[in-house]
Design a protein around this ligand. Structure first.
Ligand code: ADP
Ligand code: MG
Length: 404
């Protein structure tokens, strides 16, 4: 059986089709981080979509409609999640005017009316309830805007939504963009015939969505290194009193199961032996390092401790492929950022193939100035973990294949 990665790298790319004179719709992922004033704090995701957009411009596409989601609006208009700011940044990066389409209902008339090449940005697609429901009506409407569909939204490709999946039912020519291809190539290097040992470093706070993947991942990796709030759930499963730490009670038994299964598959598991604790995240005055078994009453574990950092560093140093998803602590706060930042440097220094996935992990790596020292920084968190799990991502499933 061919692997999921091989299947996905077999899809057609932009270079396999002719875009000249065609109306193109590109699903991009402009879900960028913003600060409290709605200023874009990192436009990497927009910049990484430029090769695909520019290719369509240079190859005389008749019109280019860009579709993305941004934030988590609940299926209706919400000013906070409007793409107005994103349009401005996009115009600056492209050095071209971009027409903003606020209303999907009138979008077909607007797009069809264009005589010379125009670039359009459609308002946040998650303002429509049908997007997440993979609704047929919405998929058809989007399909009516194009002759060609290009999916370049790797970060969203594990979602079966109208603009990432449903639309493919109603368009004949559908291909992957350059970013999608780059991502698959990078993961293919790590997962298809990887240089072993292969280590997965997992952390962060999205415990429920990540922990269920770990069972499947055990068949692929040699080492599982667990930190962050994720490890709190595992330490709880070991019987430790986690006090006020963030962990998920409902997944303690899943954690116990992962530990059991790891033994079965011969996967080495590394858990924190010491942790940084505090009784207040907002006012970090009482901050201590204690063994993971000795969390004080009313305190919470917010970072890995120095002994754990040493342990994890040695474990990654003895690996040849390292995939990292999820920070080791609350890295946004100085007092609790050491574990994440120091581990980032340790991984960056390894003579290994190193991949980072996950929005916050990529942000942490960037903040400590190590971005250039990793082999690849993925734009997908959930998507990259589902790749690891062995799934064919819905965003790739219905695209045309080089060999049908
Ligand atoms: P990613 O975006 O890289 O996939 P997640 O979204 O899963 O990562 O998790 C990132 C968040 O996890 C960060 O905001 C960080 O503050 C939080 N976090 C990490 N460790 C802890 C912890 N021990 N307690 C509470 N929050 C934590
Ligand atoms: Mg995150």
């Amino acid at each position: 059986m061919t692997s999921n990665i091989k299947y996905m790298s077999g899809v057609k790319g932009l270079k396999d089709i002719d875009v000249d004179g065609q109306r193109v719709l590109i699903r991009v992922d402009f879900n960028v981080p913003v600060d409290s004033h709605n200023n874009i704090s990192d436009d990497r995701r927009i910049r990484l979509a430029l090769p695909t957009i520019n290719y369509c411009i240079d190859h005389n596409a008749k019109s280019i409609v860009l579709v993305t989601h941004f934030g988590r609006p609940k299926g209706s208009f919400n000013e906070k999640y409007s793409l107005v700011h994103i349009k401005k940044r996009l115009e600056r990066l492209l050095e071209r005017k971009v027409e903003f389409i606020k209303d999907l209902e009138s979008s077909k008339d607007i797009v069809c009316a264009s005589s010379s090449q125009e670039i359009f940005l459609l308002e946040n697609i998650r303002f429509h309830e049908g997007e997440k429901q993979n609704d047929k009506g919405l998929s058809k409407k989007l399909a009516s805007l194009c002759d060609l569909y290009v999916n370049d939204a790797f970060g969203t490709s594990h979602r079966k939504h109208a603009s990432t999946h449903g639309i493919t039912e109603f368009v004949d020519t559908k291909v992957a963009g350059f970013l999608m291809m780059r991502e698959i190539e990078a993961f293919s290097k790590a997962l298809e015939d990887p240089v072993r040992p292969i280590a997965l470093v997992i952390g962060g706070a999205k415990i429920s969505s990540k922990i269920t993947l770990l069972e499947a991942v055990l068949q692929k990796v040699d080492k599982l290194i667990i930190g962050g709030a994720m490890s709190n759930t595992f330490l709880k499963a070991q019987g430790y009193d986690m006090q006020k730490s963030l962990y998920e009670e409902d997944f303690v038994s899943t954690a116990a199961n992962v530990l059991q299964e790891a033994k079965k598959f011969g996967v080495k598991v590394y858990l924190p032996v010491d942790v940084v604790i505090t009784d207040s995240i907002e006012k970090p005055i009482n901050v201590r390092v204690v063994p993971a078994q000795d969390i004080l009453e009313g305190f919470m574990a917010v970072d890995i401790g120095p002994a754990t950092l040493k342990l994890f560093t040695q474990a990654v140093e003895l690996s040849n492929t390292i995939i990292w998803n999820g920070p080791m602590g609350i890295y946004e706060i100085d007092n609790f950022s050491k574990g994440t930042f120091k581990l980032a440097s340790a991984i960056a220094d390894c003579y290994a193939y190193t991949i980072v996935g996950g929005g916050d992990t990529a942000d942490a790596v960037d903040k400590c100035g190590e971005s250039d020292n990793f082999s690849f920084i993925s734009t997908g968190g959930g998507a990259s973990l589902e790749l690891l799990e062995g799934k064919i991502l819905p965003g790739f499933k219905n695209l045309n294949r080089v060999v049908e």
